[in-house]
Design a protein around this ligand. Structure first.
Ligand code: ZN
Length: 398
């Protein structure tokens, strides 16, 4: 009996020991105001429903931001749900900086960007600034509204080519050099590409007749590379098929002249035929580039007094006849240029022949290296005489 009582007591003790952890079993929960509580595990869901959380992180109050400028304070546990419906963690995510032409910067909410855009604010700094250049060739980023002031007061220029010269080395390297350093570079073997017309320096005008055609674009690429210009005396009938080529030529600063509609010998035409040959071609060119030709080159160089009177444009002949159309040989064309070109020359070539395009790739750097500026015929005449005279014949312009 006594033993039985003892065993019951022992069993009770064992039971008590095994239940002790259960009695203290509970979960710690956290509130957003910093309190903690220990609750029976089975009651955790009830407590969570009334604002208690499993971890201090989940209970932490955070601020979220909307695109239209609202903010909201929530507990971290709700963050993902809020993100799904368009709230953001940081102010940076909902705000952008907008810029004004006069250099102000303004932080605005993204949703308001378009409103600010309508009243003259811009999304990008590059929308309100331009690059200007000082006479040392240094770049300056300037707010557009200040550009005129910078031009006047600080001697800044809009165009790099206003303060720098494109130069080439024999091995094909190129560099933009401030004007005051050009002489130094010339001394060590560099030569000038094109650029602004300098009336004090030698210049020649290369002219290409009879196009535009399938080799014209290749010639334009060479002119573009050297920042050089030429004059294209076009046949009106070819223009519609090469509008983009003429537009490219115009954009590169080249000149488009009139070479009649279909290469007639004007000296055997009456005045009304001459007038229509000229005006139809002028209109075709205007239709392509929005400018009328200022100069006429009669096919075969053939003109008489009727032509001079009927064309009512300056008549442009040449002083260097490369005979490229005859030799069809790039080396011979180059040799002809080397032999005959002097300051003020007008050089005759034809862009409808493939060897002429090859020749241009040698002639252009050759002339630049000789120190000639490669200009349009109008630039040449304007630099030497101020303007070109209608009906007057030009061969060489000194
Ligand atoms: Zn011709």
């Amino acid at each position: 009996m006594y033993r039985r009582i003892i065993s019951i007591i022992l069993m009770c003790m064992l039971l008590a020991v095994s239940f002790m952890p259960l009695a203290s079993a509970g979960s710690t929960l956290y509130s957003s105001d910093g309190r903690t509580i220990i609750v029976p595990t089975e009651e955790v869901p009830l407590y969570k429903e009334v604002g208690w959380f499993d971890s201090p992180e989940e209970a932490k109050i955070i601020t979220m931001y909307s695109m239209d400028g609202r903010t909201i304070d929530i507990v971290q546990a709700q963050r993902d749900a809020y993100k799904k419906v368009g709230w953001y963690d940081t102010k940076e995510e909902v705000m952008i900086t907008m810029y004004s032409m006069d250099g102000r910067a303004l932080p605005v909410y993204k949703a308001q960007g378009e409103l600010y855009r309508e009243v003259g604010w811009y999304y990008n700094l590059s929308d309100v600034t331009i690059t200007m250049y000082d006479t040392n060739g240094e770049e300056h980023t300037v707010f557009k509204d200040n550009a005129e002031k910078e031009e006047k007061e600080n001697n800044l220029y809009y165009n790099k080519k206003d303060v720098m010269q494109l130069m080439f080395a024999d091995d094909g390297r190129t560099i933009y050099v401030p004007f005051n350093k050009v002489e130094d570079y010339l001394k060590v073997g560099w030569y000038r590409g094109g650029g602004k017309v300098d009336p004090s320096r030698p210049m020649v005008a290369i002219t290409f007749d009879d196009g535009p055609g399938k080799y014209t674009d290749k010639i334009l690429s060479c002119l573009e590379k050297y920042d050089a210009r030429a004059t294209f005396f076009v046949q009106g009938k070819n223009v519609a098929g090469y509008k983009a080529v003429l537009q490219r030529a115009d954009a590169l600063g080249c000149e488009i002249g009139n070479h009649t509609w279909n290469h007639v010998n004007l000296s055997s035409c009456g005045s009304s035929t001459i007038a229509s040959q000229i005006s139809n071609t002028n209109n075709a060119v205007f239709n392509a580039i929005g400018k009328y030709p200022a100069l006429c080159r009669p096919p075969y160089g053939a003109y008489n007094s009727t032509v001079k009177n009927s064309v009512s444009m300056p008549i442009i002949m040449w002083s260097v006849d490369t005979l490229d159309w005859k030799t069809r040989n790039a080396q011979k064309t180059l040799a002809s240029v080397k032999k005959s070109t002097t300051d003020g020359a007008i050089i005759l070539m034809h862009d409808i022949h493939s060897p002429t395009a090859d020749a241009a790739e040698m002639v252009i750097p050759y002339l630049l290296k000789q120190g000639y500026q490669l200009v349009t015929v109008s630039e040449l005449i304007n630099a030497r005489h101020g303007y070109a005279v209608n009906g007057k014949v030009y061969n060489k312009v000194n």
